[in-house]
Design a protein around this ligand. Structure first.
Ligand code: ZN
Length: 293
């Protein structure tokens, strides 16, 4: 169809060049207006015609505007996002510090743990830090200011209480704690851990639940990791025993991105490609949440 119309345009323009007077007489002809519209498309050779009739058409200015470079979208400009990559690569080197007890808002727990690892020795601390680094880059590209609770994977701590305080003090619009689980070898999938009201976090229970829904939806649509087969219900589990959730005053969830002790999950979790997919999914969830916090 388009080809036929272009032939018609070409024939009309040929007549225009040969017989200008005839073309002006034809301007008002209803049968020729559709051919003119097709010829005005920027992809059509006829659009570059120097036909007097064509340049008089106001639609001719549209292609010039389309060629201007567009500014990159920055949907998170002005937003502050908190990321807590769980554990730290040096935690095992200082057990007395890591094992000292802190108050998590409801009970005592240790300052931190070493985290888990795959059967091949790929540590959760490294996984968490890699995903956090990809996520920070994605969020910065979208215009956000990003606050991390640790900026390397070769240090010790900080304690889980300090991690919560860092993100609270930053007044993050939303925050995410990134982990991977050490579950039963036959179990697969991710779990979104959500806060339970305990006083300090009372004002962010509803918003954290909504953010958790956004994270769960993004995991299912943007990654191939299934919901957990052994933890929570449909990929969601409320938790009242974690400082990061008990002490938060900003909307926050903790995600166990998969089970490092399961062979299928481990293959995914240790892949840089999949780590980037996770970061992209979290960026989508954060962007969606902050559009309607
Ligand atoms: Zn962990």
């Amino acid at each position: 169809m388009a080809g036929t119309l272009l032939v018609i345009v070409g024939a009309v323009l040929a007549v225009v060049h040969l017989r200008p007077a005839a073309s002006q007489a034809a301007t008002g002809s209803p049968s020729r207006r559709p051919a003119q519209a097709v010829g005005a498309r920027p992809s059509s050779p006829a659009a570059h015609s120097d036909s007097p009739r064509a340049t008089a058409d106001p639609r001719r200015s549209t292609p010039a505007r389309r060629t201007r470079p567009s500014r990159p979208a920055r949907p998170l400009a002005g937003k502050v996002i908190g990321i807590d990559p769980g554990h730290n690569g040096g935690n095992a080197a200082d057990p007395s510090y890591i094992n000292h007890l802190i108050w998590n808002g409801r009970e005592s727990e240790t300052c931190d743990t070493t985290g888990t690892e795959t059967n091949g020795g790929y540590t959760e601390a490294r996984f968490n830090f890699n995903v956090a680094t990809y996520l920070r880059a994605d969020l910065r590209r979208a215009g956000a200011r990003v606050v991390l609770t640790r900026t390397s994977n070769d240090g010790v701590g900080p304690c889980v209480t300090r991690r919560a305080r860092i993100l609270d003090a930053a007044h993050a619009g939303v925050a995410i704690d990134i982990h991977a689980d050490g579950g039963p070898p036959g179990g697969r999938g991710f779990t979104v851990l959500e806060p339970v009201a305990d006083g300090p976090n009372n004002t962010v229970i509803g918003s954290s639940t909504r953010f958790g829904s956004d994270v769960r939806a993004a995991m299912l649509s943007d990654t191939s990791m299934p919901v957990s087969t052994y933890d929570g219900h449909g990929g969601v589990q409320p938790r009242d025993d974690l400082a990061g959730l008990n002490l938060t005053t900003v909307p926050k969830v903790l995600i166990e991105c998969g089970n490092m002790r399961n062979a299928v999950d481990a293959q995914m979790l240790t892949s840089a490609w999949f780590q980037r997919r996770l970061a992209a999914a979290f960026t989508a969830a954060i962007t969606r949440f902050l559009a309607h916090p």
